[in-house]
Design a protein around this ligand. Structure first.
Ligand code: GLV
Ligand code: MG
Length: 291
């Protein structure tokens, strides 16, 4: 099971920040060549990012650089700079359709061949961040076996919709839920938009827990201080694990007595309830410990 709870953005043109980040341990590093890099730094970001990939990979975290979108004319050169043995995947901004994924995948396929890495091994995490992408969410999620997860970008989405972002986030409630359902239907991970208040740990925690309730499996971090909070929010708590164990034990006991359901603490335990408990235990086992 791929576990992607915390995905740390680092501006791809900032060697000092990449250096510092390489000592951290998010579930994935996202050296960014897209919107955190100014236009006149794009070439520099390519070179700096490429030179840091082996260092980031050594940490054991997945390395998934974010490249510029198809409409920028930068994507092919960005991909050429990073596709190779030092990355696990690439993240692409502003994907609107399955045809966009096919185009990106075609370029990666050629680069895999020339870099001598296994065909199909480079995964893709597309950003769903426009009205059109929300309409096409399922087809994007299911467009290619390379797509292991999809990211929601609230800033670009609200920009595309010409609406304001608010503190309570009501304006992104619907797209967040659509992405979770589309991702689940396609069997890929839904990954939530970054929380920009990097000095607001309580706000981040509440926002991450809400995302988890909707079905997101992880969230992007824009500051090292966000990693632990995100990891914790997307990992089953000790209380949840304990409860799931009791649910499974109660159900197995009922089964031994020839019954298909039982109760625990006044709540009915039947097949879907025990399935959910087993899923939670599986997730708890596969998530790296927070340390
Ligand atoms: C991230 O890319 C966003 O647009 O919010
Ligand atoms: Mg964006």
């Amino acid at each position: 099971m791929t576990v992607l709870r915390s995905l740390l953005f680092v501006p791809g043109n900032r060697a000092n920040m990449l250096e510092r980040a390489s000592g951290l341990r998010p579930d994935a590093f996202i050296p960014d060549m897209e919107d955190s890099v100014p236009a006149d730094e794009k070439k520099n970001a390519r070179d700096v990012t490429a030179s840091f990939l082996p260092r980031l990979r050594e940490s054991g975290a997945l390395v998934v650089p974010r490249v510029n979108s198809l409409d920028t004319g930068l994507l092919a050169d960005d991909l050429a700079a990073v596709v190779g043995p030092d990355i696990d995947g690439i993240s692409v901004g502003k994907i609107d359709s399955a045809a966009d994924i096919a185009q990106v995948s075609g370029i990666i396929e050629e680069l895999e061949r020339s870099a001598g890495v296994d065909a199909g091994s480079v995964m893709i995490i597309p950003w769903i961040e426009s009205a059109m992408a929300i309409v096409n969410a399922y087809e994007i999620c299911a467009a290619s076996p390379r797509v292991v997860g999809v990211a929601f970008g609230a800033e670009d989405f609200t920009n595309d919709m010409a609406i304001e972002r608010t503190q309570d986030g009501a304006e992104v409630d619907y797209p967040r839920k659509v992405i979770c359902i589309a991702a689940r239907a396609a069997g890929v991970l839904a990954l939530d938009t970054p929380y920009f208040g990097f000095r607001d740990p309580d706000g981040l925690r509440a926002n991450s827990l809400q995302a988890r309730r909707y079905g997101f499996k992880g969230k992007f971090a824009i500051h090292p201080a966000q990693i632990d909070i995100i990891n914790e929010a997307f990992s089953p708590s000790p209380e949840e694990v304990e409860h799931a164990r009791r649910v499974v034990a109660a159900f197995e006991e009922a089964e031994r007595n020839g019954r298909g359901s039982t109760s625990l603490d006044g709540q009915v335990i039947d097949v879907p309830v025990v399935r959910r408990a087993r899923q939670l235990l599986e997730l708890a086992e596969s998530a790296p410990a927070n340390d």
